[in-house]
Structures are given as C-alpha cells and as structure tokens.
Design a protein around this ligand. Sequence first.
Ligand SMILES: NC(=O)c1ccc[n+]([C@@H]2O[C@H](COP(=O)([O-])OP(=O)(O)OC[C@H]3O[C@@H](n4cnc5c(N)ncnc54)[C@H](O)[C@@H]3O)[C@@H](O)[C@H]2O)c1
Length: 317
Amino acid sequence: MQKQKILVTGGAGFIGSHLVDKLIEFENQVTVIDSLVSGNQEFIQDQITSGKCIFIKGDIRNSEIFNDISGEVDYIFHLAADPDVKTSVSKPVLSFEHNVRGTLNVLEYARVNKPKGFIFASSGGTLYGDVDKFPITEESLLQPISPYGASKAAGEIYIGAYANAYNFKAVSGRYANIFGERSMHGVSFDFYHKLKKNPKELTILGNGMQKKSYLHVSDCVNATILIGDNLNKQKKWYDYYNIGSEEWFTVKELASVIESQMGLENVKHKFTGGEKGWVGDVHKLLLSIEKIKEIGWSPKISFEEAMHRYVEYLEKI
Ligand SMILES: NC(=O)c1ccc[n+]([C@@H]2O[C@H](COP(=O)([O-])OP(=O)(O)OC[C@H]3O[C@@H](n4cnc5c(N)ncnc54)[C@H](O)[C@@H]3O)[C@@H](O)[C@H]2O)c1
C-alpha cells in the first residue's frame, strides 16, 4: 500500500498510531479521525506537524464529522472503538454506540465514497466466546459472551452486508491480545503498574490459569496492512483473518515474564479466584493463523522480546 489516500479512524490510539506511522513510512497520505476519548494526539503529533497526516478531532458517532474529510479516500482502516471488555459489561449501550452505531456511520461514508478497500479491527479474543477446541479457526461459530464481543460481531456482519450490497472490498483482522509501546490498557499494563506500586506482591484476577496468546503491536500492524493490500486479490467482497501468535501463556506465566523483565524476584502472587478474570472474559484463547499465513504473514517478534520492548517503554514514560 503506497501513495494512497487513507482514512484511519481511531488513528491516535495505541494500535492506530502505530498503523499511521507505518502507512506514512510507505508514503501514503493519511487522515485520522479520533475523538481522543482514549487516544493521545501526541502519538501522531510529529506526523501532523510534518503535513503527512491530517488530524480531525471528532466522534464517529456523529455522522457529520465525515463532511470534514477533504477529497477522495482510497482505503479506510476502521479502528475507532471502545476497546474495553470490562467497560462494555458495565456500560453496554455506550459500547454499542461507539462500536456499532459508529461503525455504521463509517460504512455510510464508505457506501457513498466507494473506497478501494475497507479494513476493520475486529477481535478474535471476544468474537468466538468460550470454546473448547484450539486453535480457533475463522470458521468457528461467533458466540460472544460480552457486549464488546457482540459489538465487534455486529460490526463484522454490517461490514459484510455493506461490502456485498454496495460493492466495495472489505476485510476484518480478528486480533488476539495486542500489546506493546503506547498501550495504556490490558493485563501487561495493569501488572506493570501494580508491581511498580508493590514489587513484593501481585494480585492476579481469577485463578491465574487463564491461557491466552499475545502479539506485539508491530506484528499486528504489518498483518493489518497486509490484509488491506491483499484486497485486490481477494475474491469475495468480504473476508476475515485471525491475527495472533502460535504461543499461548497462562496469566501466571505472563506475570513471571514481566517480573523478570522488571528485574524482580520472589514476587508473591495473590489470586482473586475463579476461572475468569472478570465477567465477559474468555478463559482460553489461541487463534489459528493458518489462513493469514497462506497470504504471507507470520509473527516476527517473540513474546519475551515484545515484553522486553514494552517494559523498556513503560520505564521511560
Ligand atoms: N488492543 C487489543 O488487544 C485489541 C484486540 C482486539 C481488537 N482491538 C481493536 O483494535 C482497535 C484499536 O484498539 P486499541 O487497543 O488501539 O485501543 P485505543 O483505545 O488505544 O484506540 C481506540 C481509539 O479510538 C478512539 N475512539 C474511540 N471511540 C471513538 C469514537 N466514537 N469516535 C472517534 N474516535 C474514537 C480513541 O480515542 C482511541 O484513539 C479497536 O477497534 C479495538 O476494539 C484491540
């Protein structure tokens, strides 16, 4: 993807800002729409200052915001969302408004403007729900157990319908747990801060046996751009790919890796108990990545290396 005009919703967020950096590296002209509800303009300020990125501060729940985009758009990367599973359980309507209503507004913009491609940040971690067969392939049933997962499933179904009805190519990347520099939420962020406060003891939600796979943000961004690039070869109007790693770790193992990266020893673990960390949490996650491997992507950064980079980043900010 080179020298294209690209709209990134949620481009000031954790994954979105890394995506913006990469797209600009390939000489694309990027427009970001972000309400900054959880993002940070600082992440993309250099790109804005250089003129390679146009920033529109606005909310995708308001369809008028799309009138502020000047000129044509070749590709749309739709990442703006409330990404928090826990919040979606306590505020399900808010999650619907951002993730479903907001997605519909982006799709309406696409319906009128017919981009070459529409790429959606979906969630392999929540779409499939609690399953007992691993790794989870893309053909598994969608059985979300949280309002957030339901909102991502609804988003995908609308995208598939719009792509077919209005003839533009679309694809979803179903992400595992993504982490790395600029991430301000998730288990690693949480553990790091708890351990900074108390390096002797760590409270772990659940029984610590929840087992999941994690992926560094740079691998996630490369995969996301690849599925976008692949749209001109994609036969169907709409398709979807799991994006994750082939390793998985228990929360206890994750805690040990982060502790060793922080130089801590003999940290006592306290467990809140139960199979799950919170309502809506899936207790196991390993995505099959065979489908995306067939089009030429596999993860490059190991979990240990990714954690090393993340801890180094957190130490500096
Ligand atoms: N981080 C993960 O592990 C993960 C896993 C699966 C899927 N995803 C998806 O990837 C995308 C990016 O997630 P992230 O982890 O970078 O989170 P993030 O919160 O850092 O990024 C989301 C961005 O969207 C913006 N935003 C939210 N609601 C908006 C609205 N209504 N209008 C305009 N902007 C809005 C936020 O300000 C933020 O910049 C999300 O769609 C999320 O659901 C993330």
